[in-house]
Write a protein that binds this ligand. Structure first.
Ligand SMILES: [Zn+2]
Length: 65
């Protein structure tokens, strides 16, 4: 069941979630694997994740950069 959806700022695809994410939660886009941060809960909006610690650890694990 789709609970919420939001547009990926990187690949512009609509991501369907089975839960509603809270602001500042981090999600990974299933299409482009970019790390995104929830910036709005109603409606769900995503932006590039900006927390350097989280981003760098996730990026190194996924070998994105
Ligand atoms: Zn994406």
């Amino acid at each position: 069941m789709i609970r919420s959806r939001a547009k990926c700022p990187a690949c512009k695809k609509i991501i369907d979630f089975d839960k509603r994410h809270k602001v500042r939660e981090f999600v990974t886009c299933p299409f482009c694997q970019n790390i995104l941060e929830v910036v709005s809960e109603h409606p769900q909006k995503l932006d590039w994740a900006e927390d350097p610690l989280i981003v760098s650890s996730l990026r190194s694990r996924q070998k994105l950069y």
